[in-house]
Design a protein around this ligand. Sequence first.
Ligand SMILES: [Zn+2]
Length: 109
Amino acid sequence: MEQPSHPITYKEAKTIIRNKFHPTWQASNRTLYNHKEPIYKLSRRHQTTVFRLRTGHCRRLNHLHLLTVSHTDECPCGSGQQDVENVLQQCARSQTLRADTWPTEQQKL
Ligand SMILES: [Zn+2]
């Protein structure tokens, strides 16, 4: 494709691309996502956090080790591989935060 003879800025290129593909993106978005699901009531930031926790693509050592950013995938507390499940359910270092965040189990009558 022949290119324009004058250079454009990154912002101008971004605007051109957005204007060209925005209608297509909107149409595909409507069919891909059910916006009545509760997750869509969260902010974008919180949706991103949930996505990262579900997929394991976050800064836990098992993922960083996979990316060769960390030399180990073992949690410093010694409870095993530091993944999302470990941090949310087993890690001794997160015990206080878990107790403060989640309700405790009620006693059975
Ligand atoms: Zn731990």
